[in-house]
Design a protein around this ligand. Structure first.
Ligand SMILES: [Zn+2]
Length: 231
């Protein structure tokens, strides 16, 4: 065991002892249970150590959300960092991406512009209850194609999400990549940065290329591991 690991384990032991726990446990949960909880969140529901046995996932979520148990909070941060690194290295099962069909939304032409926006909308897939903030699938989204002079196709894309609080906090300032499929089966990949604007998560504009703005049929958001903050 390296000196760094030794020091970490030592301080965790000390903290557990101060809280009256034994064997690295707080009064309610063990480190392995916290790890399982984080693993399920990062992989969107895949099970690890507690496969097919009763597991109090919601209880642990509430325990962490209360911000009262520093021991479990620290375990969850360490577990999240580990899981996200493994996910990026391709060593964890990837969360399943869900394709969403896009429906044309009719809106009035913008006065003074020559080309009206082409706007599509997609319903949320799943609910935030079954998908606890780990993805944007449970947020409604709008895709807008807007005329521009800065793109070779003459058009750019804007994505806008209707997030819940947790999604807002997790995705503000992050990159999201997505694939559009046309009604005739052509695909094109895009990447954009998300920022909060008026309660919505709004993307930076991306040049529209490889797909006809009138024929966009569906969108697939590639899950992005959320980089944890704090230590
Ligand atoms: Zn705890």
């Amino acid at each position: 065991m390296s000196r760094i690991q030794d020091t970490t384990t030592g301080s965790l032991n000390g903290e557990a002892a101060r809280q009256g726990g034994q064997n690295l446990t707080c009064s309610r949960y063990e480190a392995l249970q916290v790890f399982e909880h984080v693993y399920r969140e990062v992989t969107r529901g895949k099970q690890l150590y507690y496969a097919n046995v009763p597991f109090d996932n919601e209880g642990i979520a509430a325990h962490l959300a209360s911000q009262e148990c520093n021991l479990c909070l620290r375990w969850s941060r360490n577990a999240r960092r580990t899981c996200q690194r493994l996910l990026l290295e391709g060593k964890l099962p990837s969360p399943e991406a869900k394709e969403r069909s896009l429906k044309r939304v009719s809106i009035a032409a913008v006065p003074g512009t020559q080309q009206p926006d082409v706007v599509y909308g997609a319903e949320p897939v799943g609910s935030s209850a079954s998908d606890p903030g780990a993805s944007l699938d449970s947020a409604g989204l709008e895709l807008t194609c807007r005329a521009t002079t800065t793109s070779s196709s003459g058009w750019e894309l804007h994505l806008s999400f209707n997030p819940d609080e947790k999604q807002t906090a997790q995705y503000d300032g992050t990159l999201v990549s997505f694939r559009l499929t046309s009604t005739s089966g052509k695909t094109a990949e895009f990447e954009a940065r998300l920022d909060v604007d008026g309660g919505r998560l709004v993307s930076s504009p991306c040049p529209l290329k490889g797909i006809d703005r009138e024929e966009i049929g569906s969108i697939l958001l590639h899950p992005q591991p959320v980089i944890a903050t704090g230590g």
